[in-house]
Design a binder for this molecule. Structure first.
Ligand SMILES: NC(=O)C1=CN([C@@H]2O[C@H](COP(=O)(O)OP(=O)(O)OC[C@H]3O[C@@H](n4cnc5c(N)ncnc54)[C@H](O)[C@@H]3O)[C@@H](O)[C@H]2O)C=CC1
Ligand SMILES: CC(C)CC(=O)C(=O)O
Ligand SMILES: [Mg+2]
Length: 350
């Protein structure tokens, strides 16, 4: 019986995860679920945002269903005690270097995006984001300059192996899709990006069927507004992927629509599945959050960790059917509560 670790986290995390779990349970796949606190909830329960028992559960589970972390009450704590440290810590501890963030426009949601319908029509892209390197994991700290000024620093670095393994995921993904890979960097300024571009370019020779392009991240941000549907697969680093995926979410109508899979291997391994959004303190506890990103993350869990493509598609089709019938939370211009949106998806499960 596959074990799913459920880590709801903070803010809207528990609200959207509840709906994702209901959908998984409704499929009656013989899954078992075990829940544990993480983030601010972990800190409250045990004095640490990533309690030992939570990490142990994540390690022994077949897959992790993650909500979101972040709690303004803990913003002033030392960095390693803040909720965000738990998310970075669990990704690192599980070796989840590949973060897949598909941005798809579901039929009927053209009007939910602030972009024109003709711009977002046909949107079906995947951002492959490196997840356990880059500036988020480099040396960081505070010091005083010789002039007596306070200075903060964060070191950005990538080694060849880190770039190679994520580039491989990008190429393999593109090979299985429309065969277009856009590598996004800032190689005109950053040494890390120059190495990134060299490694990706060299690997391109192994994939003659994939059309490889390179784009600076500032241009990529602009192109995601101008013509997002022209992309197929984007492969990029941790920081750029974090920012570009939030941006891409608005092409799909809302940040509440984008799921993600975080993987330690291209296929077959356990992984962690979470919406790309955060804990949304501004709407937490009000039943306003869109659970679709969490529900679609559960579909990705079935696809990537349990290799159950048929059940993954059942969930995705149910979300599409509910949206096609007009089910909408507030972020999509509707009035449904989080639970009512979950109900709408559940009623479409075939
Ligand atoms: N993966 C994670 O757990 C992440 C955690 N965070 C943390 O979350 C906290 C809040 O960060 P923010 O920058 O405000 O980002 P956020 O993603 O939590 O919220 C940004 C905006 O989007 C809205 N939003 C987000 N998810 C939504 C949903 N499912 N349905 C409807 N509206 C939704 C929020 O109401 C807010 O206005 C911070 O503590 C941050 O560090 C931020 C991003 C990712
Ligand atoms: C703690 C942050 C790095 C989380 C985030 O924004 C993300 O993974 O998208
Ligand atoms: Mg983010």
């Amino acid at each position: 019986m596959p074990l799913i670790a459920v880590l709801p986290g903070d803010g809207i995390g528990p609200e959207v995860t509840r709906e994702a779990r209901r959908v998984l349970e409704a499929l009656d796949l013989g899954l078992s679920f075990e829940e544990a606190p993480v983030g601010g909830a972990g800190y409250l329960a045990s004095g640490h945002p990533l309690p030992d028992a939570t990490l142990a559960l994540a390690k022994r589970a077949d897959a992790v269903l993650f909500g979101a972390i972040g709690d303004p009450r803990f913003e002033k704590l030392e960095r390693h005690l803040r909720p965000e440290a738990a998310l970075l810590g669990i990704r690192k501890a599980l070796g989840l270097f590949a973060n897949l963030r598909p941005a798809t426009l579901f039929p009927g949601l053209e009007d939910a995006s602030p972009l024109k319908p003709e711009v977002v029509n046909g949107l079906d892209i995947v951002i492959v984001r490196e997840l356990i390197g880059d500036i988020y994991f480099g040396e960081k700290g505070h010091r005083t300059t010789p002039d007596g000024l306070r200075q903060g620093y964060d070191v950005m670095s990538y080694d060849e192996q880190e770039v190679t393994r994520i580039a491989r995921v990008g190429f393999e993904m593109a090979k299985r899709r429309r065969k277009k890979l856009c590598s996004v960097d800032k190689a005109n300024v950053l040494e890390t990006s120059q190495l990134w571009r060299d490694v990706v370019t060299a690997m391109g020779a192994e994939y003659p069927e994939v059309e490889l392009t390179h784009m600076y991240v500032d241009n990529a941000a602009m192109q995601l507004v101008r013509a997002p549907a022209a992309f197929d697969v984007i492969v990029t680093g941790n920081l750029f992927g974090d920012i570009l995926s939030d941006q891409a979410s608005m092409c799909a109508g809302s940040i509440g629509m984008l799921p993600s899979a975080s993987l330690a291997a291209w296929s077959g391994a356990n992984g962690m599945y979470e919406p790309i959004h955060g804990s949304a303190p501004d709407i937490a506890g009000q039943g306003k959050a869109n659970p679709c990103a969490a529900i679609l993350s559960a579909a990705m869990l079935l696809r990537h960790s349990l290799e159950d493509e048929a059940s993954a598609q059942r969930i995705e089709k149910a979300v599409a059917a509910a949206l096609a019938k007009g089910a909408r939370t507030a972020d999509l211009g509707g009035t449904l509560s989080t639970a009512a949106m979950g109900d709408a998806v559940l009623s479409e499960l075939q």
